[in-house]
Design a protein around this ligand. Structure first.
Ligand SMILES: [Zn+2]
Length: 494
């Protein structure tokens, strides 16, 4: 009997312990007055137990009639709510990015137990430095706090308290009215507008869009091509400056973004007079009319026109099959911040197509949208085609415990080693990325293939820096130029 009673008491104590510890990470109150009385009850009629001061934070364990019961120096007491900022839902955070890794320990090198998708809400169980122990649908693990955000309601309070996210730099708006959206695409809904020559801090960047901090403390996304990271420089309007195209197949457009219509195509070495600069784009004189060219694929210089370098070689009469790796339900590798391999293989494939066509090649893509295409279909398409070369595009990923970067080329049949050599050396030259060399690789699409076939690994998206590099237009254009030069070399009459 006595034993039973003890067990019952023990269970009650256990139950109490659980209740107490689960309130540890509940809402907190940050005091915003000095010498604020902590009282024994919820009202000024209760005795003062002591005082709290501005900036001190305490867990809230109860609330009654505009008074907060706080956990204060191993005891409890009541403070008037009007002198405290309540940070609500601190126990609940949301992932800011897709494929956010859940680690087994609060270290980048620890094993990965799962992923969170952008907007997933998680419960906070513990904190350790910059790491947060979370639990979500039976997965418990550590997530880096840089990629978590308070829920929307807590966010505005946080920014009003001055704890805003770290700025990555400042940008200037370069168009008269620019919409600010809730996500990094024109599909996002409009949350505000910004105006020409205004400056904003930006806190993140994604596929050419910048997340800026508005003056009311809220954040939103603006299209990067309507902004400039340099302060406006009047010398940019100088009529004595010219740009030289760095790549064949460069599009000139009717406006300063890739969404504008293509007004024409230029070749490497073509030069145009600069009329003005709009954001990252040059307004140039093209065949007597104004047109726009992206600033990251040209070289600007002042003074007289230099003689254009003559472009050498041609791919006239050649058919090249480009195989953007993965697609559809097969996402391929995942990047450090969630870039999917299938997305950037397709983007790179489209840049490559443009480059190859500017040299007269006929181009076939194994896929031209986000669709699943089986490996056997890809190689069978190549077998049945009249392709003179088959180029499979991939990006690499390794567990976060391994540091790896650079580009590599693979062949299966000995006869294709020279194609891999030519492409590898040209890619390294045009991109400046580390060379991982040319290797034999037993990959289905190049093994079951009777055309000259190579598989290219165009960089490690598991590497934080390299992911940012390879998902950009600049890199994709450069690596495409490298592949094109490699093919020119391979097909050059010897
Ligand atoms: Zn791949």
């Amino acid at each position: 009997m006595a034993k039973k009673g003890l067990i019952a008491l023990f269970i009650i104590i256990l139950g109490l312990t659980t209740v107490v510890s689960s309130t540890v990470y509940a809402d907190s109150a940050t005091i915003n007055a000095d010498h604020l009385n902590v009282r024994s009850g919820p009202g000024t009629g209760y005795a003062s137990l002591g005082k709290v001061n501005t900036g001190e934070s305490y867990s809230i364990i109860d609330e009654k009639n505009e008074w907060l019961k706080i956990h204060w120096h191993d005891q409890t007491g009541w403070v008037a709510k009007e002198f405290a900022n309540v940070k609500s839902k601190e126990s609940s955070l949301a992932a800011k990015v897709d494929h956010l890794r859940i680690h087994s320990r609060p270290e980048l090198n620890s094993s990965i137990k799962g992923y969170l998708m952008k907007g997933d809400m998680v419960n906070v169980k513990d904190r350790k430095g910059k790491w947060v122990l979370i639990e979500q649908s039976n997965t418990k693990g550590w997530v880096h706090s840089d990629y978590l955000t308070n829920s929307v309601s807590a966010e505005s309070e946080e920014s009003s308290a001055g704890q805003t996210q770290k700025s990555m730099g400042e940008l200037t708006i370069t168009t008269s009215i620019l919409n600010v959206r809730n996500e990094s695409s024109t599909n996002g809904s409009i949350v505000g507008q910004v105006y020409n020559s205004e400056n904003y801090d930006y806190i993140s960047e994604q596929q050419g869009w910048y997340e800026i901090e508005l003056h009311n403390g809220k954040t939103g996304w603006v299209a990067g091509w309507f902004t400039s990271k340099d302060h406006t420089d009047p010398s940019q309007d100088s009529s004595s400056s010219y740009v030289t195209l760095q790549y064949n197949g460069t599009h000139l457009r009717s406006g300063p973004s890739t969404n504008h219509q293509i007004a024409g195509t230029g070749r490497q070495g073509d030069q145009y007079q600069v009329l003005s600069k709009e954001g990252e784009w040059y307004k140039v004189s093209f065949k007597g009319k104004p047109a726009f060219v992206a600033g990251w694929i040209v070289e600007e210089h002042n003074g007289t026109l230099s003689s254009a370098p003559s472009s050498n070689g041609t791919l006239n009469g050649k058919t090249i099959m480009i195989d953007p790796g993965h697609g559809g339900r097969d996402t391929g590798a995942l990047g450090f911040t969630g870039t999917t391999e299938k997305t950037i293989t397709l983007q790179t494939g489209e840049h490559l197509k443009q480059q190859l066509e500017s040299y007269g090649a006929k181009v076939i893509l194994t896929r031209n949208s986000d669709q699943y295409v089986a490996l056997s279909i890809r190689s069978a398409t190549a077998q049945a085609s009249k392709a003179d070369a088959f180029i499979s595009l991939h990006f690499n990923s390794v567990p976060s415990s391994i540091a790896a970067n650079g580009i590599g080329s693979y062949y299966y049949h000995d006869k294709d080693q020279s194609l891999a050599n030519d492409i590898q050396s040209e890619m390294v030259q045009s991109t400046g990325l580390k060379s991982r060399g040319v290797h034999f690789g037993d990959f289905h699409v190049i093994r079951e293939n009777n055309k000259p076939a190579v598989l290219l690994e165009l960089g490690f998206i598991s590497d934080r820096n390299e992911e940012q590099t390879v998902k950009g237009v600049h890199y994709q254009t450069k690596v495409s130029q490298g592949i094109t030069n490699g093919l020119l070399r391979y097909f050059a009459p010897s």
